[in-house]
Design a binder for this molecule. Structure first.
Ligand SMILES: [Zn+2]
Length: 53
């Protein structure tokens, strides 16, 4: 496995969400409209106002 993010200690600003699949320590990359886990590829789309169709 690549060392995508390996953080020990609390120096990192915890702005990122944890990947719900990979668990603690695996942060999700922030994009304008989504968050993506760099490890498993899990993507959490941000819904600014839910679409109603
Ligand atoms: Zn993941």
């Amino acid at each position: 496995m690549s060392k995508f993010i390996e953080v020990k200690g609390d120096k990192l600003v915890r702005n990122f969400k944890n990947c719900p699949k990979c668990g603690d320590g695996f942060w999700m990359g922030e994009h304008s409209d989504r968050s993506t886990c760099g490890k498993c590829g899990y993507t959490d789309f941000k819904s600014k106002g839910k679409k109603r169709n």
